[in-house]
Design a protein around this ligand. Structure first.
Ligand code: ATP
Ligand code: MG
Length: 215
């Protein structure tokens, strides 16, 4: 199994305090990897580092076999992070999902937008024209996920994507993650406090405590 991420001696320090200290972490391509651990154990810090949104104070990160220098050598485009509070633009569902395509200079593609909504279980004919204002929290989270899926990221990082969702929405998010892996071989790393949900969706789960991976 080839690794998409290889982290060695990665440490992050905030205000003089070590909040992340990962001796070695390998994440295999096309895996769905769960991350569990108590509040403050460094899960979100690890996710931001995997997303190349922040640089660790020390250590090396290889992505698909290549050492990543500052800003991840353009690999940031291959990786997308979805956090607990979905951020939507003040426009329609369609406008939100299509936005990423426009930013990347790709043509509008109604089929891809519809497919992304299907993946998260939101019927396009019902949701495409809806305004961002007319969505429940769970629907908004799923639209935010669709806006990432439309770009077919090589890595999908989900930081507590189901924290405030009902069972139905949580199931849909799980289904979308699995479809991303099956359709284009995405690797998924997902933080969750829901053990049952993680147990169902993840191939393996790493546990963190006080910045370290403990199992
Ligand atoms: N910007 C920051 N400045 C200083 N300390 C920070 C900062 N961000 C996070 N921390 C600290 O880093 C540690 C790890 O935080 P992190 O958010 O990664 O934990 P977490 O496992 O995601 O927790 P939770 O389950 O609550 O989301 C915590 O002790 C936190 O207080
Ligand atoms: Mg967190």
């Amino acid at each position: 199994m080839s690794a998409i991420y290889e982290l060695d001696n990665v440490r992050q320090v905030y205000a003089g305090r070590t909040v992340l200290d990962v001796e070695s972490l390998r994440i295999g391509e096309r895996r769905i990897v769960g991350v569990a651990g108590p509040n403050g154990s460094g899960k979100s810090t690890l996710m931001r580092i995997l997303a190349f949104l922040e640089r660790p104070e020390r250590g090396t990160i290889r992505f698909a076999g290549q050492v990543c220098a500052e800003n991840g050598n353009g690999v940031r485009r291959k990786v997308t992070l979805l956090t607990q509070e979905p951020y939507l633009l003040k426009r329609s569902v369609e406008g939100n999902v299509a936005y990423g395509l426009a930013v990347r200079g790709e043509p509008h593609d109604a089929e891809r937008v519809g497919r992304a909504l299907d993946m998260v279980g939101l019927a396009p004919e019902k949701f495409l024209r809806r305004s961002w204002r007319e969505l429940s929290g769970g629907e908004a989270q799923r639209v935010a996920l669709a806006a990432r899926l439309v770009l077919r990221p090589r890595v999908l990082l989900l930081d507590e994507p189901t924290a405030s969702l009902d069972e139905e929405s949580a199931k849909r998010i799980m289904g979308a993650a699995q479809a991303a892996r099956d359709d284009w071989g995405a690797t998924i790393v997902v933080v969750s406090h829901d053990r049952d949900w993680l147990g169902e969706v993840a191939d393996e789960t790493i546990r963190m405590r006080e910045g370290r991976i403990v199992s």
